[in-house]
Design a protein. Structure first.
Length: 303
């Protein structure tokens, strides 16, 4: 489009009120959709947000603690890339919907240093701690675990024979999941089978003959260490691999990359509103939202 066309049309300035919602809502609270004037054209908003996510994941460090420290030229690059794909962005001064869209998901995760620690008791939490599990460890856990009348707090059998067999196999395998979890939670209180921890779900996954679920524990590969907490959490919910990868990327953009932020998100008052907005935006399906809510509720009980 010629430059004089841009000059002849007054661009929409950034609103003084910062929208905290993506789509127009029944409560009438400020939303990016209404501020952009796209109440009747949601498809353009969805195209813009999709292009922004793709560009931001390539160029930004999206951790909440560093968002405001992004280099201006990086933000400019992201805006230019989005403008090439979405002409609608040219209607707005300095492409403000791009930065506003990113902030919508990150603003509530900007916490002061030490705020997370203040939420926790002084003693070590007995809640579920999600960590990366290697495929070899899952295979070892699958062979070592046997059905029986009762399980300990980690979901492993209490029968002496099974423990001895597991201990023998663990000695021959570095970092055995069974040995590590038994030593770590040997003295923890008993939990019923109906409240198994996420690593217990890992055993159920690993015990199947089909192996694709095993790879859900690190679907993004060894270079994505910051996402292993989230991917292990998603694997415990038995969300299929491709969807698990996509949701992990979404959580990463929201700043949920560590156990602390996973626990913080689980306890946020606006958590369910966020999930509902993701469903409304086509980022999550209704069943995925329910699975996430159930999993986050389990995390919340231990915070």
């Amino acid at each position: 489009m010629p430059s004089h066309d841009h000059g002849s049309q007054r661009r929409i300035p950034a609103p003084k009120v910062e929208a905290k919602y993506l789509y127009t809502n029944k409560a009438g609270k400020p939303s990016l959709q209404s501020q952009m004037g796209l109440q009747d054209d949601r498809s353009q908003l969805e195209a813009m947000t999709a292009a922004t996510r793709e560009a931001a994941l390539r160029h930004f460090d999206l951790r909440p603690s560093t968002y405001r420290e992004q280099r201006p030229e990086v933000l400019r690059t992201v805006k230019d890339l989005v403008a090439k794909e979405c002409a609608v962005l040219n209607r707005y001064e300095d492409g403000w919907p791009v930065s506003r869209y990113i902030q919508i998901y990150l603003k509530n995760l900007h916490v002061k240093k030490g705020q997370i620690s203040a939420r926790r008791p002084a003693s070590k939490s007995a809640g579920p701690r999600y960590r990366e599990v290697a495929k070899s460890q899952l295979a070892s856990a699958s062979k070592a675990t046997r059905p029986g009348p009762s399980r300990d707090s980690a979901g492993f059998m209490q029968r002496q024979a099974t423990e001895e067999a597991s201990r023998g196999r663990a000695q021959g395998r570095q970092g055995s999941l069974v040995g590590a979890k038994r030593d770590e939670e040997h003295n923890s209180s008993h939990v019923s089978a109906s409240t198994l921890t996420p690593l217990s779900s890992a055993n159920r996954l690993a015990s199947r003959e089909a192996s694709p679920e095993v790879e859900y524990y690190n679907p993004l590969g060894p270079k994505a260490r910051s996402r292993t907490i989230v991917t292990s959490f998603l694997a415990s919910l038995r969300i299929p691999g491709p969807d698990s990868i996509r949701i992990a990327e979404l959580f990463d953009m929201m700043g949920i990359q560590t156990q602390d932020y996973l626990e913080l998100f689980a306890t946020m008052e606006t958590r369910d509103e966020w999930l509902q907005e993701l469903v409304a935006g086509g980022e999550l399906t209704p069943i995925q939202m329910r699975l996430l809510r159930e999993g986050l509720d389990r995390v919340k009980r231990y915070v």
